[in-house]
Design a binder for this molecule. Structure first.
Ligand code: 4AZ
Length: 275
């Protein structure tokens, strides 16, 4: 139920990012240092493949219209979460949005550093299940190439980066407290890949949001505290220098026993026939 609530609140939160209070603030226990909850500021030059998705038309002037994260996996190819492209988040079909852009090379969203590159096409995984959350990825093709060196390699199935307890880092411009506060600058949090058995225990089978090891992975800390949060969706989880996950869902942010759930990149590769 909690995660259903969290999911239900996320979309309105994205749209009302500047609102002073959010329902999540009262629904969650105190998360003192929740990224990116429990994170630290980073310069985008340290993770040049981390991009922000923005639309000023849809999301106004706040935070340069940032509403999700993404990750560059090719000079003009960005992966993000399918749910970021959902009509219920965007308020329109992605193909109808004239100013959908990727912001690259900009840590501070309100600065004019880096580049804003228009998205020329959006491909949402047709296998995405908006109820069960599986297959949560989309591929954006950019109208211009990113600067060289802005691309990260993807970890294939069997890569040791997926092993339980591997240290990993998640990046994003999302909520830093779980209560709707957005720093407007890129943050990162250090987490660990968690064993599938633990993820299954945290998110057992149910109507929605159950954990599926084949298509998802989960990461966090046993005590909670470090996690991705609203607004980080679609952004990268990196281990051993390779992309292993996309921020997808979870119950709250940084809650003990409720790790963040990510789209498993090896499943993305398999689905796209890139593996
Ligand atoms: C979201 O819906 C979201 N704490 C992202 C990450 C997490 C929860 C929700 C994980 O944007």
């Amino acid at each position: 139920m909690r995660r259903r609530l969290a999911r239900a609140l996320v979309r309105p939160l994205v749209l009302a990012a500047a609102a002073a209070t959010t329902p999540l603030a009262s629904a969650s226990p105190a998360v003192a240092d929740s990224i990116v909850v429990g994170g630290f500021p980073v310069d985008v030059s340290q993770s040049p493949w981390t991009v922000a998705l923005s639309s000023r038309d849809l999301f106004g002037g706040t935070r340069a219209g940032q509403f999700c994260g993404g990750v560059a996996v090719g000079p003009s190819t960005v992966l993000t979460a399918a749910h970021c492209m959902d009509e219920s988040v965007l308020g329109a079909k992605p193909t109808q949005i004239r100013d959908l852009r990727v912001i690259a090379g900009r840590s501070e969203l309100l600065s004019d550093k880096g580049r804003e590159i228009p998205v020329s096409s959006v491909w949402v995984n047709p296998g995405y299940d908006g109820v069960g959350n599986s297959g949560d990825f989309a591929v954006l093709t950019l109208a211009e190439k990113l600067p060289s060196g802005s691309v990260i390699g993807m970890a294939r199935g069997g890569d040791p980066a997926y092993r339980a307890y591997t240290p990993a880092t998640v990046y994003g411009w999302g909520d830093t407290t779980g209560g709707g506060s957005y720093a407007g600058s890129l943050h990162a949090a250090r987490v660990h890949v968690l064993p599938d058995a633990l993820c299954e225990k945290a998110y057992p089978g149910g109507v929605s949001g159950s954990y599926h090891a084949g298509t998802m992975l989960c990461a966090g800390e046993e005590k909670g505290g470090r996690d991705a949060c609203q607004g980080d969706s679609g952004g990268p989880l990196v281990a051993q220098g390779r992309l292993i996950g996309l921020v997808s869902w979870g119950s709250g942010c940084g809650w003990a026993g409720s790790p963040g759930v990510y789209t498993r990149i090896s499943d993305v590769l398999r689905t796209l026939g890139w593996g």
